[in-house]
Design a protein around this ligand. Structure first.
Ligand code: G6P
Length: 337
């Protein structure tokens, strides 16, 4: 379903203007391909320049692959991931909505991650970088069953875009479409699973000195001490009011992931480590060594929308070589090399 290239075999002059309008790709014309993925569920392929690529399952609107120009996978997906309802796919970028974790009465992480989304070929305009040629818009509206568990009408639009330098961005637009005058509140996360060489070789910069809620200690609040975050055991923390840029530095791979977030104050950091890994049916025993979740989120303060209001939350990811010197704690410097 890739958008066709413009073709205009010289129309008569009177028809020329109209024909051009129909055949020239609009700046928002999506360039993607729809194919069958695991368990016969459809997925969208995005192909960028120089071999960059990404894949998005309609199930959960979940990004399950993001590759660089060497065809190296940058996201972690478990070898035991199950690609069918009712479970979410273990890996990639599950979307947690309308609830993050157990912060509410719904199932863990809400229901958006295990619903079938549809492609939205005519979304409301979104300011777009004209250099981005590969993107897709997906939409989720609640079913009658969903309305029984969360009685609010909404439109959730997600745009996944692959930039010219292989950057991946996810833009969520959530609108309250209640017609009964009621507001609703929700929590949210882009539950991003990064692929890392070895968790003991990884550090995260940008979250040091932040306050966090520790999910392993009954959500009690603490302040992070010391330098960058390194990993020696299970971690499950919600960093509060985290900066808009966070860097994940993989020393062995000499690769740095830079996350830029907008509209998402918090950032969850999770690695299940060995014991919890063994207890998860859809996760390999040793796979915790090769993944790290850093999840831009809105957890501590739920977002409230009045009818007609829309919220936007954006995540941009880039993977750059770590020409990185210890002590340079500003992730911007990582980007600039
Ligand atoms: O197994 P899932 O429902 O996908 O959740 C996986 C993990 O997600 C988040 O990172 C939470 O903070 C963790 O507490 C949870 O274990």
């Amino acid at each position: 379903m890739a958008a066709p290239p413009p073709s205009s075999p010289s129309p008569p002059p009177a028809a020329a203007a109209a024909a051009t309008q129909q055949t020239q790709p609009h700046p928002q014309t999506p360039f993607y391909e729809l194919v069958k993925g695991n368990s016969g569920i459809e997925k969208v392929l995005l192909r960028g320049t120089r071999g960059f690529s990404a894949e998005v399952y309609l199930y959960g609107a979940q990004v399950t692959s993001w590759k660089n120009d060497h065809a190296e996978e940058l996201l972690f997906v478990s070898s035991k991931a199950i690609f069918k309802p009712p479970k979410a796919i273990r890996g990639g970028i599950p979307i947690c909505f309308p609830q993050f974790g157990t912060h509410g009465n719904l199932e863990q992480h809400g229901f958006a991650r295990n619903r079938l989304w549809t492609i939205d070929d005519n979304p409301p305009p979104l300011p777009v970088n004209p250099a981005i040629k590969s993107f897709v818009d997906l939409i989720l509206r609640p079913s009658d069953e969903d309305l029984k568990i969360w009685p609010h009408s909404f439109e959730f639009r997600l745009r996944v875009a692959l930039g010219p330098n292989g950057d991946l961005s996810l833009t969520s637009r959530i609108r309250n479409t209640n017609t009964d005058g009621r507001s609703f509140s929700y929590t949210f996360a882009y539950h991003t699973y990064f692929s890392v060489s070895d968790i003991s070789e990884v550090r995260v910069e940008g979250l040091e000195t932040m306050d966090y809620l520790d999910n392993l200690k009954g959500k009690e609040r603490f302040t992070e001490q010391g330098d960058a975050i390194v990993f020696e055991s299970e971690i499950d923390k919600v960093y509060l009011a985290a900066p808009s840029k966070i860097a994940i530095i993989d020393h062995e791979k000499k690769r740095t992931f830079v996350l830029t977030k907008e509209g998402l104050p918090d950032a969850v950091v999770w690695n299940p480590w060995d014991k919890k890994a063994k207890a998860m049916q859809d996760f390999g025993d040793g796979e915790y060594k090769h993944m790290l979740c850093v999840e831009p989120a809105a957890v501590e303060k739920p977002i409230t929308l009045k009818p007609g209001e829309e919220w936007k939350g954006r995540l941009a990811l880039s993977a750059v070589p770590s020409s990185y010197c210890s002590g340079q704690l500003d992730p911007l410097k990582v980007l600039q090399g």
